[in-house]
Ligand binder design. Structure first.
Ligand code: ISE
Length: 332
């Protein structure tokens, strides 16, 4: 059986998903594309050989020929569209964020729990990066012993206009939040933010870089450096310090060039290139609980940056749906 997938949003991420499904994923094909701008949907449909395009995303969700949905439209549409997928009983891969507020993420989590099936998966792609997967496997095997400190560096060459201090946490650090929760298998319960000297490349009023500090429910300290106007490249680092050793994320395999009296390896300039191997994902990815927890942790970090004080993360009790073994598309 071929899974018929409907893709909502013909922007950067929607286009990436359509291309991946069309060229790389076996057992699935794009059945329909929706975008509010008719030409954008049509253009992507023409490129991928998809005949059915909609401007109304609800028409795509209700289309009987669509088995599963990818939501890659702007974040403020996610709550309504994921809810519609839950009502239609269709599995949905939602790009981050799950929703733009903690209360709406919680509503989705509770609606899914009421439906009684794990239907939501989040597009936190780093979990599928081969380097992070090796790091996790070695951590779980106890190679470094019990973790005590985690370091995560997240540098972007530049960001679009309007990318402010809050977005640095909710759009950028959210990836580090998810990665560290997944790597350690622990919840982040406290957040504080330090403000280094602001780079001259930052837009006026934007705190860039930021050092975001978290503490987990088992006392591990997490140090995230987010620097979104780093200029030189898209550079991602991760180090887990354990009782018996240190595990360090290795950059994707490449080749070093030795020339002109120097040895050089290249650094990618964007996340599409850096995480190209990760966008294919798998069925056992981050779930609605992960989307909700990331939203709650980032809200606490944003309040910590605003107020200059540490802020506790408040999480509701995990719904029974998430207890025990892996669900169909769940992770924790
Ligand atoms: C962007 O939305 C992403 O998801 C990238 O992975 C991240 O590095 C970037 O900072 C975000 O703006």
């Amino acid at each position: 059986m071929t899974l018929q997938v409907g893709v909502i949003g013909a922007g950067l991420m929607g286009t990436t998903h359509v291309r991946t499904l069309t060229t790389t994923v076996a057992g699935a094909q794009v059945a329909a594309i929706a975008d509010a701008v008719p030409e954008a949907g049509r253009r992507l449909g023409d490129e991928a050989g998809v005949e059915t395009t909609y401007t109304d995303p609800h028409a795509l969700i209700e289309d009987a020929g669509v088995d599963a949905v990818i939501v890659a439209s702007p974040g403020d549409t996610h709550e309504e569209l994921v809810l519609a997928c839950l009502e239609a009983g269709k599995p949905v891969l939602c790009e981050k964020p799950l929703a733009t507020t903690v209360s709406s993420a919680q509503r989705l989590l509770e609606t899914e729990a009421a439906v009684g099936r794990r239907l939501i998966q989040l597009g936190f792609m780093r979990r599928f990066d081969p380097g992070y997967q090796v790091l996790k496997a070695r951590l779980d095997a106890g190679d470094a012993g019990e973790p005590v400190i985690a370091y995560s560096t997240h540098r972007n060459p530049a960001v679009p206009p309007g990318f402010d201090s809050e977005m640095i946490i909710k759009d950028t650090v959210v990836h580090d939040v998810d990665t560290v929760r997944w790597l350690l298998g622990q919840e982040l319960v406290r957040a504080a933010v330090l403000r280094p000297r602001v780079t001259s490349r930052a837009a006026p009023g934007t705190q860039d870089p930021q050092i975001v500090l978290f503490e987990t429910d088992r006392g591990v300290h997490v140090n995230v450096e987010a620097f979104v106007n780093a200029g030189y490249g898209y550079d991602i680092g991760c180090e887990i310090v354990g009782e018996n050793g240190v595990l360090t994320l290795q950059p994707p395999a490449g080749a070093a060039l030795r020339t002109d009296g120097a040895a050089r390896t290249s650094i990618p300039m964007g996340f599409q290139e850096r995480f190209a191997a990760a966008v294919q994902g798998s069925a056992a990815g981050p779930d609605a609980w992960d989307g909700y927890a990331a939203a709650a942790v980032c809200e606490a970090a944003w309040q910590a940056l605003r107020t200059g004080r540490p802020v506790e993360v408040e999480l509701i009790a995990k719904p029974d749906l998430y207890a025990g073994a892996l669900g169909l598309i769940g992770h924790n």
